[in-house]
Design a protein around this ligand. Structure first.
Ligand SMILES: *Cc1c(COP(=O)(O)O)cnc(C)c1O
Length: 402
């Protein structure tokens, strides 16, 4: 069959804000993907930490098709069973007592930041509106979330940006101490900075953030859009640290590939979002919630979470063995199945070249910044797929060092 669209079509009809790979995936199964020409790839990218159960997981396909035959959408003028079931599941498994659904990570953070402002206005005063976030952090692409995010390149050209936002150094307790005050309504932290280079927080840093927030009457927000839904080896990364936030944002793996976001919070904080204060037309859509409920049921099982830890070890050992032969990386870091391979100084800035070399060997990878190669595969990737992917990774690195 002749393809009616190709990669060249992208350059003709799409807004040019992305630079996608040269091939177009058309089909996926587990951790394998096929392109238009029938070429097969091993998927270590996982749709950017989204496809928690790989491609077309049979239980997700069954759940989605069953719900598709029942009810797609009713809006929030009505509630629906999948949303209530998912919210019950999430509150049962986490610190949270209340859930707000939306459609993406940025929307979950937008809700979190608005809720923190509203909570401070309700309980203190509108003066207490400062949001503190880490340098190098990423919280989404709406104007509010890029402004809270700590990467100036994402706000360039979009001024004026929302006010009342300041930044401090990630993993630097003194920097947070110096920035926080009684004017602070919220401190937002990614337990592992994802886009910023796969940098895990120090346990002492998160514990200190919790303490400082309590001292100053500020809410602690964990952005777990990338680290949540099993990726860390616990259902949420905060559980790895034993530090609970007041608000948590989730998306990406939560839907396993079906768009959904969620903001989780406590009973008390949730009360500041009274009727009419915030909303979303699609948020809590029955299709998305039915799929996410199945994802959470599967990834919260002890077997899957233990599997994530075992696969982490397998990946790290495999990459370190490759790196002994082709020493491109100075560090392999991360948590669970969110891994960052940091290029050494001789290869600094060349993460994209590694991606291209991997593509040529039939392997899908990610970058996190210019000098970190990121892996965010399916949480249930088979050992055989890990071995085959690592073989292709080695072949790719060989071409770069040749
Ligand atoms: C991806 C990501 C977001 C944004 O999520 P979208 O679904 O793209 O809006 C926010 N925060 C973190 C930590 C992310 O990794």
């Amino acid at each position: 069959m002749k393809n009616t669209v190709s990669r060249a079509t992208f350059d003709q009809v799409m807004v040019p804000n992305y630079g996608p790979a040269a091939f177009i995936p058309v089909r996926g199964s587990g951790s394998r993907v096929w392109d238009q020409s029938g070429r097969e790839y091993v998927d270590f990218a996982g749709g950017i930490a989204v496809n928690a159960l790989g491609h077309c997981h049979p239980e997700l396909v069954a759940t989605l098709t069953e719900q598709a035959g029942k009810l797609w959408h009713v809006s929030n003028v009505f509630t629906n069973e999948p949303a209530l079931e998912l919210a019950s599941l999430l509150t049962g498994l986490t610190f949270a007592e209340r859930v707000f659904f939306c459609n993406s990570g940025a929307e979950a953070n937008e809700a979190a930041f608005k809720l923190a402002r509203k909570y401070a206005a309700d309980h203190f005063s509108s003066d207490k509106h400062q949001i503190l976030s880490c340098k190098n952090s990423f919280h989404g692409r709406t104007l509010f979330t890029v402004s809270v995010g700590g990467q100036p390149k994402y706000t360039e050209g979009f001024a004026p940006v929302p006010a009342g936002i300041d930044h401090f150094e990630f993993n630097n307790i003194d920097s947070l101490k110096a920035a926080i005050s009684d004017k602070t309504c919220a401190v937002v932290i990614e337990p592992v900075q994802g886009e910023g280079g796969v940098l895990p927080a120090d346990p002492a840093f998160l514990a200190a953030a919790r303490e400082l927030c309590d001292q100053h009457g500020a809410l602690l927000i964990f952005d777990e859009v990338q680290t949540g839904a099993g990726r860390s080896g616990s259902l949420f990364a905060y559980m790895e640290y034993g530090v609970a936030p007041d608000i948590l944002s989730s998306a990406k793996s939560l839907g396993g590939g079906f768009p959904i976001g969620a903001m989780l919070t406590t009973e008390k904080v949730a009360q500041s979002f009274g009727i009419g204060t915030h909303g979303s037309t699609y948020g809590g859509n029955p299709l998305a919630c039915a799929v996410a409920k199945k994802v959470i049921e599967i990834v919260s099982s002890p077997e899957v979470l233990a599997g994530v830890r075992a696969k982490h070890a397998r990946f790290v050992a495999g990459i370190e063995a490759i790196n002994a032969k082709y020493p491109l990386f100075k560090e392999v870091r991360g948590m669970g199945l969110l891994l960052g391979c940091v290029l050494n100084d001789a290869y600094a800035g060349r993460a994209k070249d590694v991606l291209k070399a991997a593509e040529a060997q039939g392997l899908m990878l990610l970058v996190a910044g210019l000098s970190v190669v990121r892996l965010a595969p399916s949480l249930v990737i088979d050992d055989a797929d890990i071995e085959e992917g690592l073989k292709r990774f080695e072949a790719a690195l060989a071409t770069l060092t040749a």
